[in-house]
Design a protein around this ligand. Structure first.
Ligand SMILES: NC(=O)c1ccc[n+]([C@@H]2O[C@H](COP(=O)([O-])OP(=O)(O)OC[C@H]3O[C@@H](n4cnc5c(N)ncnc54)[C@H](O)[C@@H]3O)[C@@H](O)[C@H]2O)c1
Length: 327
């Protein structure tokens, strides 16, 4: 592939820093990261140049896009805590939707015509099977999911109006794990993600954790999720970028493993990986939690020839806890 100049928003964050590292390790693309470090870490930016500002600072963003002539943008910057989006929806509509629209508008103005967007399984309407395909019904159940779907809509309409502008939308399922060497991982201090919290318990940062609901209609009564290792997710981004440049067409993909684990299974995997107990007690259900949320990933596998390498729940837990112990 030809050498590209790439803008990465949110490249100091959990997923952005893994994509940045993989790009740096495997390509010679030139990279600029824009991240205001609200939840990201400067130390996680292992390649490229960092510009520390908020993407809502339109003047700085325009100056950058005008001067740099980017070929593509990976857009990871955003706010990601679902309960916070319920209590403070304005923050989410501003940071995830309004600022993204301004970014896309500037991308169009300065011919950044390939746009990769981090969306989420939270856009789907709940169905009985708990397995989701890209063309299933959409009905996000919380403001976070709505902000993400609004961006999907904007991208679709804008790409229809400006056919040279192509997007890749990746709907992530439950992203977990960390780099194999423990150098980068998930740092957010208020994360509600199961593997992150279990890792905090595993390394002694929390005394115990809670299992929200043991009365779901699942094999052991706890919720089932599709946990994807962040390194496989990063690889999907790189392959997706190549696809955008080869095909010049916009596309939406789920990214997960077609396979779910219950909360009990994840905790057992963490216990085995760490060889010690992870204290957990049962609490009541949280509003809005689906019983099962698993990706159908046939589309990304067939179109991108994406083959996951780290589909191993114990490895996911081990790498997450290893990173947590160094954080
Ligand atoms: N982590 C998951 O499981 C998951 C699942 C589905 C979708 N996503 C999406 O993936 C993307 C990345 O998520 P993450 O887990 O890496 O989160 P993260 O919080 O670790 O990373 C987000 C990064 O964006 C930066 N940022 C936020 N708002 C900004 C702004 N206005 N200007 C500049 N920088 C800003 C933060 O400082 C941080 O470095 C998000 O868009 C999120 O919605 C994540």
């Amino acid at each position: 592939m030809q050498k590209l100049k790439i803008l990465i928003t949110g490249g100091a964050g959990y997923i952005g820093s893994h994509v940045l590292r993989l790009l740096g390790d495997t390509t010679n693309h030139e990279i600029v990261v824009v991240d205001n470090l609200e939840t990201g870490r400067e130390e996680s930016i292992l390649y490229g140049r960092h510009e520390n500002f908020d993407i809502g600072d339109i003047e700085r963003l325009e100056e950058l896009l005008k001067n740099e002539k980017f070929d593509a943008c990976f857009h990871f910057a955003g706010s990601i805590i679902v309960p916070e989006s319920v209590s403070d929806p304005i923050k989410y509509y501003k940071n995830n939707t309004v600022k993204t629209l301004c970014l896309i508008e500037l991308c169009l103005k300065y011919n950044v015509n390939k746009f990769v967007f981090s969306s989420t399984a939270a856009v789907y309407a709940q169905n009985d099977s708990g397995i989701y395909k890209e063309d299933d019904l959409i009905k996000p159940g919380n403001p976070y999911g709505k902000t993400k779907y609004m961006t999907e809509w904007m991208l679709e309409d804008i790409s229809n109006a400006y056919p040279d502008f192509n997007y890749l939308i990746l709907r992530y399922f439950n992203v977990a794990g960390a780099s194999l060497d423990g150098v980068i991982g998930q740092a957010g201090k208020t994360s509600t993600h199961l593997v992150k919290i279990a890792s905090e318990v595993a390394v002694g940062k929390r005394d115990k954790m809670y299992i929200y609901g043991e009365d779901y209609k699942t094999k052991d009564g706890t919720c089932i999720r599709d946990y994807i290792h962040v390194l496989d997710l990063a690889d999907a981004h790189i392959k997706g970028l190549e696809y955008l440049f080869q095909k010049n067409e916009s596309v939406v993909f789920n990214v997960g493993y077609n396979q779910g684990y219950s909360v009990h299974e994840v905790l057992n995997a963490m216990r085995q990986a760490m060889e010690h107990e992870i204290p957990a007690s049962i609490s009541s259900r949280r509003p809005g939690d689906d019983a099962v949320l698993v990706a159908n990933c046939d589309k990304i596998k067939s179109k991108l020839n994406w083959q996951p390498k780290y589909n191993d729940i114990k490895l996911i837990c081990k790498t997450a806890a290893n990173w947590e112990s160094k954080l």
